[in-house]
Design a protein around this ligand. Structure first.
Ligand code: ATP
Length: 601
């Protein structure tokens, strides 16, 4: 069974995901939390010790130097102790964050393989990259830094309010009243800015995608002498981004300013309240002094907590983005093999139409492959060849008709069944950093030298490998940047052949081969893989004399089918194509319409 992301969401909240992620790190988390709690308590001790010394000096006027020295020593010890605890808390939070970073990335990479090929093909690679890299990094940053600072800020504010409460509940109330008013003001304004933040995130995502393309294609930009300003798409997106940032700042800056101003005015209530309590004899002068000193420390932590409530949205969005990828269970992969039914042909197109939106690309395409033979679909550019290849491997669903493998709809096959039944080489060769051997063997084990050699010979790689000093160990850069287009394609073909499925689909895989290699290519396939069925999609007529069955595709319709000689005799399109590409023929130039074989499913 294949999984689409919506199968896995099940209303899982980001907090649930966060809990899951941290679940296996409870001990480290507990240690970090304990240490930070200690830090928050110790944070108030210096204030208390300062108060004691001031009390001794100013109020009691009984300070002895020895006592003051002891207080100073205590102060130093508390500061050292607090900082040691803080270092410990950061150590554990960082340790946990780095472990989580690795685990989550690994899990996302593992889970990617659980999604259907169909879904993966539709994904925007910049967005997938964001989920697997940036979003996970945001999570790591939250756990390593923000979580510690946030907890510290919350506990410190709480300790201050508690200490004020212990002096006199009215002092605590007058402090929290201002903070509450500030929070209410901020909440009122925030509800109005939510839509601006949502828009900003949207624009930001689009900008990131384009920027990622721009960076990827930087050499091309250079060739066209474009820079980020003259590359209009990027420039327009940057302008929209700046405009949205301006909108967000316009709407949030006044409310944020008012909010911080209110927080800073904590003394507006506290000071009159302290004076009144002291003058009415309800608290001592020492307690008044202590209350004012404590209240000074509440501003920083409360602002930190508020900042977090703004940044939390970004964190939650990141978690939400990775949730579908994170939540799918890797053991959901379905490796069930395909049911081979000899009653049906291996691959058949039955009256297939295909449309991209309103644009009809294939019309009534109807054929079946000759087994253990080279079947070729040949035609001009834009005629629908790659669309046909994608239908054959189940990446597209026909708008009408059916594409079947052993009588089963290809689109509905599980990944396991598809991979077992076919290998596909597309125009994109998908090479990884490593060696030629790594790219061909592609993680498979137990491949004999003879099997590997067969694939190398048939893919026309041998002559090239002989010229390489390191042979199969020749390094391959990321995306095969150090290889020619033809070399990359031949490596991809060898990889597909090595998988040894009954069906191999080659979509323009030999396009970069010269004519001589191209002719040898078909002979090599036939000679080395007599029990494999090939579906070759090509615009090249050279070498087709070595194929077994050819379909001539013109503007989305198969206009003729047969072998090379019969098509030369009967199909005008085929003969034109063959001659235009330098083919020689002694065949007749009088055409008789090519019959299209029909058959029943
Ligand atoms: N994803 C798509 N959305 C809309 N139209 C598409 C899409 N992909 C291809 N097309 C259109 O479908 C038609 C057939 O495209 P296809 O890639 O199948 O042709 P092709 O024969 O393989 O061409 P080429 O030899 O140039 O690769 C073209 O007109 C193309 O513009």
């Amino acid at each position: 069974m294949r999984y689409e992301p919506y199968d896995t969401e099940e209303n899982r909240s980001p907090w649930w995901v966060l809990r899951q992620i941290c679940a296996s790190h409870k001990v480290t988390l507990t240690l970090a939390v304990c240490l930070i709690t200690l830090v928050s308590c110790l944070q108030l001790l210096p204030v208390y010790l300062l108060f004691v010394s001031l009390n001794e000096i100013l109020i009691l006027a009984a300070a002895s130097t020895e006592k003051l020295l002891w207080i100073a020593a205590g102060l130093v010890a508390v500061i050292i102790g607090k900082n040691l605890c803080l270092v410990g808390a950061y150590y554990f939070s960082h340790k946990m964050a780095f472990k989580i970073l690795t685990e989550v990335r690994f899990r996302l990479a593992q889970n990617l393989s659980s999604f259907s090929l169909h879904w993966l093909k539709k994904q925007n690679s910049a967005q997938l990259k964001q989920q697997c890299l940036q979003d996970v990094e945001k999570l790591e940053n939250f756990i390593a830094h923000q979580s510690v600072e946030l907890l510290n800020a919350c506990l410190t504010s709480l300790c201050i309010v508690l200490a004020l409460f212990m002096i006199d509940w009215r002092l605590a109330l007058s402090t929290t009243a201002v903070v509450s008013v500030a929070l209410i003001v901020r909440a009122c304004f925030l509800s109005k800015t939510a839509q601006h933040y949502a828009k900003l995130n949207e624009v930001d995502a689009a900008f990131n995608t384009t920027l990622s393309d721009y960076v990827k294609y930087a050499p091309l930009m250079k060739l066209y002498n474009l820079d980020s300003q003259r590359f209009a798409i990027l420039d327009n997106q940057l302008k929209s981004y700046q405009q949205e940032v301006h909108e967000v700042v316009k709407h949030t800056a006044p409310s944020w300013g008012l909010y911080t101003a209110l927080l800073g005015s904590v003394f507006i209530f506290l000071l009159p309240c302290t004076i009144w309590l002291h003058s009415s004899g309800q608290i001592t002068l020492s307690h008044s002094l202590l209350a004012l000193m404590l209240a000074v420390g509440i501003f920083g932590p409360v602002v930190k907590v508020s900042r977090f409530f703004i940044e939390i949205n970004e964190l939650l969005e990141s978690i939400q983005r990775i949730t579908p990828l994170f939540s799918v269970e890797p053991n959901h992969r379905d490796e069930a093999p395909i049911q081979v039914n000899s009653k049906y042909p291996m691959l058949q197109f039955y009256c297939v139409d295909f449309r991209y939106h309103q644009h009809t690309v294939l019309r009534n395409v109807h054929f079946k492959l000759l087994p253990n033979a080279i079947n070729v679909v040949v035609g001009g550019s834009g005629g629908g060849k790659s669309t046909l290849a994608m239908l054959a491997c189940g990446l597209l669903v026909p708008s009408a008709g059916r594409v079947q493998l052993y009588g089963q709809d290809v689109f509905g096959l599980s990944d396991g069944a598809r991979a077992q039944a076919m290998s596909v080489v597309t125009q994109e060769s998908y090479l990884f950093e490593g060696t030629v051997r790594d790219n061909i063997i592609f993680g498979r084990s137990g491949i004999s030298t003879e099997t590997l050699d067969h694939a190398l010979v048939a893919a026309q790689l041998k002559p090239w490998l002989k010229r390489q000093r390191e042979g199969l160990e020749t390094p391959v850069s990321a995306q095969g940047a150090n290889l020619s287009a033809g070399e990359k394609m031949r490596i991809a073909i060898a990889r597909a052949l090595l998988a040894a499925p009954p069906l191999v689909i080659l979509d323009e895989a030999s396009a970069a081969m010269d004519n001589l290699t191209h002719s040898k290519f078909y002979q090599g396939l036939k000679g080395h893989y007599p029990n494999t069925t090939f579906l070759v999609i090509t615009h090249k007529y050279v070498g087709l004399e070595n194929s077994d069955q050819i379909f001539s595709l013109v503007d989305g319709e198969i206009v003729a089918q047969g072998d090379h000689e019969s098509l030369l005799a009967r199909c005008e399109h085929y003969q034109k194509g063959w001659h235009l590409q330098g083919g020689e023929s002694s065949s007749a130039t009088h055409f008789t319409p090519a019959p299209i074989l029909s058959y029943e499913i």
